[in-house]
Design a protein around this ligand. Sequence first.
Ligand SMILES: [Zn+2]
Length: 842
Amino acid sequence: MTALFAASLSGDEPYARSRDYDLEHSRIALEFDIGQKKVLGDVTHTLEILKANTGEVVFDSAGLDIRSVTLDRSPAKFASKEDKLIVPLSRPAKPGDKFEIEIKYEARTTKGLYFILPDKNYPERPSQIWTQGESEDTRYYLPIYDYPNDRLTTETILTVPASWTTVANGKLLAVKDAPHGMKTWTWQENLPSSTYLITVVAGEFDELKDSWRGKPVSYYAPRGRGDRLKINYGRTPLMLEYFSKTLGVDYPWEKYSQAMVDDFVAGGMENSSATTNTSTSLVHPLLAPEYTTGQDGLIAHELGHQWFGDLVTTKDWGNIWLNEGFATFMEMLWEEHYFPKDQSEYERWSNARQWLGQASLYEKPIVRRDFSDSSEFDDNSYTKGGWVLYMLRHQIGEQAFYRGLKHYLEANRGKNVVTSDLVKAIEEETHINVDQFFDQWIYGAGAPKFDLAYSYDDSKHQVLLKVRQTQKVEGRVGIFRVPLDVEITTTTGARTYPITVSKAEEAFSFPADGAPLMVLFDQGGHVLKSAEFHKDKKEWLYQAKNASAFADRADAVEELGDIKDDPAVDQTLGDILRHDKAWGVRATAADVLGARGTPAAAKQLLDSLDAATEPWVRNRIAAALGSAKNNPEVIARLETLAKEDKSFRTRAASLQAIGKLKAPGALATLEAAVRADSPDGFLRNAALRAMGPLGDDKAVPTLKEWVVPGKPIESRQAAIASLARLEKNDQAITQEIAGFLGDFPVRMTAIFALGERGDASAVPALEALLGSQDLSIEMAPMIRQQIAKLKNGPAKKPAGGAAEAGGAADQDVAKRLDRMEKLIEEMSARLKSIEDRLPAKQ
Ligand SMILES: [Zn+2]
């Protein structure tokens, strides 16, 4: 048990291995025993020896039952040891010697390859088999060299029932009849890529065919959902064109397919020429128009990887930002191009906040080798990595930046890279030295924290700006050197002054023809940073209304939120909510008004509903109203919104607000919403989710009805999270939720639900889960956290049981529950919109 535990939870290898051989080509023939959920494999590897005196060839092979091995077509000995398959060579080989090794094997896979099949609970589910190789899981269904620093071409031969469809890397060569009502599909990939990018998808799918510059582009949905492909995926060819042009390197693969599969373990995975995405990205046609950018974030991310990740691949997991930072940057690139300008500005601004909000990331550099406490697929690789590329482009200019990238892609096409390859390519092409930039942002950790203040000297007509960097200089965090713009606005207009900040404490002076109306530091928000700028209310009010750039107005809106009990502030926030030209600023104003929680703020929110037409602003107003306590007018309006608003997202947010406010008659409203029909049960799920915060134990029978297998997964997740918050003394409920820990699609929800429920009788079930084989590495720390919480018991109640103190403790618990609830929601939202990070890879 302990050994299994340690083995199954060891982290990814941070450094690339030294290689004994070069795997050149694999012919991968797979069949499936569907009843037994078994893969039957026959793989032939062609390889060339790299090291003198090589006596054996070692493959990664985990949990595979090896039946036979041949070496150059003669039967060969072999040994399976831990996660390796060892094939001794007949004589010590020298560099350049070539071998062909064929391996026949079978396996009931626990990872790497998954069977999603109809069963008694979901008899209508289309059959699906899909793989997920990254990071080190290909070895669970294929004996192979399983680390990124080798590349190979493949031929994939899949024999499946005649009514099935298959997708694999490369071109489809043939589909031929096979005995017993089967068909054999042959795919061939002629461009070499790393083994974690190998993919197999097979099953009952609808296909939609498209094309780009004559290359096949196709989309696949589990059978019955083909009508959702066009509305969610239709912009793919436009993206292929824009990325090819902007990068100056055409999309390199022979086709591009996106296969959407049920219960996928990630949001998406950029397998070479054949991306796999979660089927939750197939949003219902009635809901799809309610999302600002639709599924474009996910599509752009995976497509971006086809250049950054697949054509040019990180050599090791320590440099994974070269895959993920770029893919995140490509999302932004597409948003800048296709959507109104404020869309990408909003993303950039909120991404910075998201990263800054994760304190544990601050002290870690982007390139790192220690993954002991968290996965390498963290928000340093993704969000910060994307931001760093944005800053690089801003600082060296678009032209130089894209010339550098083109050279990087061309010089390293078909190769594995580390960060210095990027630095070298930029300098070779543009003669701009970026060493200092990479030292501080990629090899160094953190971001600057500024403390800012200015004074105006009327006699000298001068503004004196004092800049302090207050971050703790320790470990990999240093003092930053950043170029940025200071903008000073007086009654005669705005003037911009470029400066470079580089010291712990310094002062800059600027001419000004009068007292400033507004001073902006890093005008436009082009530096990843946090800042405390000491300004008076008047200036924040002015900035919120008048600053030209999105980030400066949004920053001011947030600052205004801290000025409590002030009618002028409420009024200004309301005006902004109704009139700002950027929807993101308006939505932020709604959030801030919600957090104020006062009657005056609620009035501004109510008065803005008529002006707010976009669902993505309207739903934020409804959510904000959920903080307006004891306000009959708010409740009445929420009831109306929940019942008849045109936007489903607004109706859902209203249902949740009603639950949160514990409104009179709330349970009846929520129960009615559970029973009513909506696209994909969208309103039902919102109502189920709202029953937890409502805290009315009378909701238990309804929730119990919706937690069970057979109900839609999202409804189950919502109901489990809520059920955990009710009838706290009922251990039978605890055990019912613990029973879902083995139920893959709701497992994550059950883990958190048990931790928050606080019933220690769940500990044995959670401990058993820690020992299970199919657990992802990232999930273990989360489970341990919940166990620790349950063992330590709930927060100590003060002695004497003073009602007030007990109330405060309850409030504290409620707050924590809210946060947890939000975390789970965010996770599922990110699962939808972000890709190849497992849900736990937060
Ligand atoms: Zn990615």
